[in-house]
Design a protein. Structure first.
Length: 136
């Protein structure tokens, strides 16, 4: 009987450690997701200011967007981002997991896409898809 109680105790401790690991990971993902949401809100504000000052949204991909916000645009307007949105060594805006954001512009709006925690851009048919897509 004593061995059974010890085994049950050990299994309980192991299950608790596994549960705590999952809870910790969930907390980290939630914190990074909150950072991403704040960063994207600030990006939308900056890109809207850019459009108001320059007359259109920036052209090109991530690096070109960063350069445009930093004053490399037809009107030499420098737009300050409202938060500390991370920029990697290739001068790209990145999500909290370090993956460059993707931008899609139309005449009336912006769509920003993050690859999410798995750091790969998935299509909607993938079961593990965890991309974040935000539009204004």
């Amino acid at each position: 009987m004593k061995r059974i109680m010890i085994a049950i105790g050990i299994l309980t401790v192991v299950a608790g450690i596994i549960w705590m690991g999952g809870a910790w990971n969930t907390m980290r993902v939630n914190a990074r997701t909150a950072d991403l949401s704040k960063n994207i809100k600030d990006l939308f504000v900056a890109l809207q200011k850019y459009k108001e000052q320059v007359g259109s949204y920036p052209l090109g991909g991530n690096t070109e967007v960063v350069k445009s916000l930093q004053g490399n645009n037809p009107k030499k307007v420098f737009i300050i981002l409202g938060s500390n949105i991370p920029i990697n060594d290739k001068n790209e805006l990145v999500d909290p997991w370090g993956t460059p954001l993707r931008f899609y512009f139309s005449d009336t709006g912006i769509l920003v896409r993050s690859a999410g925690p798995n750091r790969r851009f998935d299509d909607s048919t993938v079961m593990e898809a965890d991309d974040y897509i935000r539009s204004n």
